[in-house]
Design a protein around this ligand. Structure first.
Ligand code: PEP
Ligand code: MG
Length: 755
């Protein structure tokens, strides 16, 4: 049924007139509700605004008791209005009283109305309020009427967002346009950052909703869609990864949606009701978003996200806004906000101005998290709807240690964090003073501290930390960041730069550790049921020896006239090591035959990451020049707990008897066989881990660069023999009622060590 006053087009035109009138905000709202009620032949039209304190306040009504305006305030979990706000979804009922959420407010006098249609007032992905129409008769509102009301709600959203209604609010009960937000996500990269938001994918705010000429708007929409399709095709053709780091799957989804008739028709229909092209896109987009918020199937949710991103692209296209912020014109202290991001995209930003990163997705092992850590910027992932609720330039705090994110924080929180930043800086200054001090424990044990690295941006860390070299160079990072297989010359050039930066300090290169969760975007990934246990690392290397040989050749050539240390990841049986070592010999022979300059010395080692090696140490040690323990993988396989799965990754403690017993065995065997062992997993990067490792016999560890300071400070205060005496027995006799971690913490407290 169409409204008596001529349907949505007329309503929009009249709304535009009301918006332009020089009247007070309250008068404008009052006129709007009268207009909507008349247009929809409804006896009631009311506007409820969501307040900072999460309640919904009646701001205007036609039909209900006017005395109730600004007096009726409901919790957002109360009544049908609360339901609309909470679920960000329309509620259309012919018998409102019969709904379980119905709650009756006597001051409004609404008991006589049977039918109810409520739509959320949405902006970006935020609910700002609820718009309701009611009728005395028991009737159901048509789909068209529902859509017309949703369109009107967009105009109201802009009115609320513009701040016009703030003058009508009581202090502390302002509309929740820019609410303070505190959420906790997954800590991805340590550090604290205070700064201002920059949206990686700029969001467009539509201000001009109502069109003069529907045909002109339809043409604008069609033209923009043409450009959008062409852009997506180019992105797909250009390679499998676009500028934004989107992977092929996403681009394919973009292409599918860009040609989806249903989507296009819905946008065209919205424009035909009298909206501008951009408002038409937003109108349909808010339906997508509402669906996305309710969707529990992760795959469908992902695709809805893709559609949302595509709609944003279309909107930027229509409004002539750049698709990405100017990466070299960031504000100082920029905090980047993105749904997800490829590592290359992050590296494009001006490092000097970037302080933090907030992602809607992204596990700790994601590539972008690795790059964030290498760059030393605080990062938090799993912040749902971050790019929807955060506006450009909002004040933000990112706590990459706890995973906390504050948007528009209150002053006391901001002050507390600023203090912590100062404290960290002064601690850093103290660590800096230890930089050139040899790492020798109180009782004279020398501990070699090395760093983990993998990117060019890591190299300055050697000098900054005073580390004695690179204990683990993850060569796969270069491959993971590239858009195509890095050529041998590119590999060679990186390895040379690494050795140059190390300036004679040892560097242990690990051969390609890909497969599992380390995916190369340009290499077709195999469907594997258990990728962590699948075709990865040395397994892939031995099955594709061409790949491994070219890498080994690049490493050998880069090390001409210097020492090369090379190690293989994920060795499970000694014969794999033999085969890999044979490839090194083969390449050496080849280079010698072709009169290439050779390394002065080549050492070949294996990583201990697969538990089966624990029972082959006596066979393995004689074959290798050194071993390196990858505790991240070793622990995940010992406990059968996926290191990338939040539900289980923290479930089992690595500072525990089973893990430390295994690690102690390796250290003992290393002494027996007189071959060096280093531990290069994350465990060594925590002072408590380094303490436990020293106690069980490790004298060489490779750390995340930022951990060198705190670990070294702890080791300088440590009596290693005392630690061995206190901790060793804990592993032999597991005590009831107290964990090994707690005992080690107690020891550290007695000894005055800072963990
Ligand atoms: C490990 O597994 O501990 C390790 C150092 O390798 P990565 O973290 O790269 O798998
Ligand atoms: Mg590993």
């Amino acid at each position: 049924m169409r409204g008596a006053l001529g349907g949505p087009r007329v309503l929009l035109r009249r709304l535009r007139e009301v918006m332009a009138e020089p009247v007070s905000a309250q008068e404008r709202l009052d006129k709007i509700v009268v207009l909507i009620a008349a247009n929809m032949v409804a006896e009631v039209c009311s506007v409820y605004v969501l307040r900072m304190d999460s309640t919904l306040e009646l701001y205007a009504t036609e039909g209900l008791n006017r005395e109730a305006v600004h007096l009726t305030v409901m919790r957002s979990d109360e009544g049908l209005v609360g339901l609309v706000a909470r679920e960000a979804k329309s509620v259309n009922l012919s018998e409102a009283h019969a709904h379980p959420s119905y709650s009756y407010r006597p001051e409004t006098g609404e008991e006589i109305y049977h039918s109810f249609l409520g739509v959320p007032i949405l902006r970006a992905r935020n609910t700002l309020g609820v718009l309701v129409v009611q009728n005395r008769a028991s009737r159901s509102y048509s789909e068209e009427e529902e859509e017309a009301l949703q369109t009107t709600a967009m105009v109201l959203a802009e009115m609320i967002a513009s701040g016009e209604l703030a003058a009508l609010a009581k202090p502390g009960a302002e509309p929740a346009v820019h609410p303070r937000i505190h959420v906790t996500g997954t800590a991805l990269s340590e550090g604290i950052a205070l700064g201002h938001a920059v949206l990686h994918e700029p969001r467009v705010v539509v201000k001009n909703f109502i069109a003069d000429d529907a045909q002109k708007e339809l043409k604008r929409l069609d033209d923009a869609i043409g450009t959008l399709r062409a852009d997506v095709d180019t992105m797909l053709e250009r390679g499998e990864v676009s500028d934004g780091g989107e992977h092929r799957e996403i681009l394919e989804a973009y292409r599918m949606f860009a040609h989806d008739r249903g989507w296009l028709d819905r946008m065209r229909e919205a424009v035909m009701t009298g909206l501008t092209a951009e408002a038409g896109v937003e109108r349909v987009q808010s339906d997508t978003r509402a669906k996305m918020m309710r969707q529990t199937d992760p795959y469908i949710r992902e695709r809805l996200h893709d559609l949302d991103d595509l709609a944003n692209r279309l909107m930027r296209q229509l409004m002539g806004v750049e698709h990405a912020p100017k990466k070299d014109q960031l504000p100082d202290n920029a905090i980047l906000i993105a749904r997800s991001m490829g590592p290359a995209a992050l590296l494009d930003y001006d490092r000097k101005k970037l302080r933090g990163l907030i992602l809607e997705e992204g596990g700790a092992t994601s590539h972008v998290a690795i790059v964030a850590r290498a760059l030393g910027i605080a990062a938090v992932g799993d912040i749902e709807n971050a790019s929807g609720v955060i506006d450009p330039n909002d004040a933000i705090i990112v706590d990459g240690t706890t995973g906390d994110v504050y948007v528009r924080p209150p002053v006391d929180i901001e002050n507390a964090y600023a203090e912590r930043v100062r404290l960290r800086a002064s601690r850093q200054a103290q660590y800096q003073q230890l930089r050139d001090k040899p790492c020798i424990t109180k009782d004279g044990e020398t501990i070699t501290l090395l760093i983990n690295a993998g990117l060019l941006v890591d190299l300055p860390h050697i000098a900054e930390t005073g580390a004695e070299g690179i204990g683990l160079f993850r060569t796969e990072l270069q491959f993971m960041l590239a858009t195509n297989f890095p050529r041998i010359s590119e590999q060679l050039s990186l390895y040379r730069s690494v050795l140059d930066a190390a300036n004679g300090k040892p560097v242990t290169f690990r051969t390609l550790d890909v497969g599992g969760d380390k995916i190369l975007p340009y290499m077709r990934a195999m469907e594997e049921e258990n990728p962590a246990l699948g075709w990865r690392a040395i397994r892939l290397g031995l099955d594709r020896p061409g790949l491994m040989r070219s890498q080994i050749r690049a490493l050998l050539r880069a090390s001409a006239g210097r020492k090369l240390k090379i190690m293989f990841p994920m060795v499970a049986v000694t014969s794999e090591f033999d085969q890999a070592k044979a490839l090194v010999e083969h390449e050496l022979t080849y280079l010698r035959r072709h009169a290439h300059a050779l390394p002065d010395q080549v050492e070949v080692g294996a990583m201990v990451e697969v538990p089966s090696l624990l029972f082959q140490l006596d066979e393995l040690f004689p074959k290798v020049d050194f071993l390196s323990v990858g505790s991240n993988d070793l622990v995940q396989f010992m406990y059968a707990a996926d290191r990338g799965n939040r539900l289980v990754a923290e479930r089992f403690d690595s500072i525990s008897a089973p893990v430390l017993r295994a690690l102690r065995l390796i250290a003992r065997k290393s002494r027996e066989h007189n071959k060096p062992v280093t531990l290069c997993g994350e465990m060594a990067s925590k002072p408590i881990g380094a303490l436990a490792l020293t106690a069980i016999g490790y004298r060489s560890m490779s750390l995340t660069p930022s951990a060198i300071g705190p670990v070294k400070a702890m080791l300088l205060d440590l009596d290693a023999a005392k630690a061995a005496a206190a901790i060793g027995p804990l592993l032999d006799h597991q005590e009831e009622g107290i964990t090994v971690r707690e005992r080690i913490e107690a020891f550290a407290a007695e000894e005055g060590l800072t963990l």
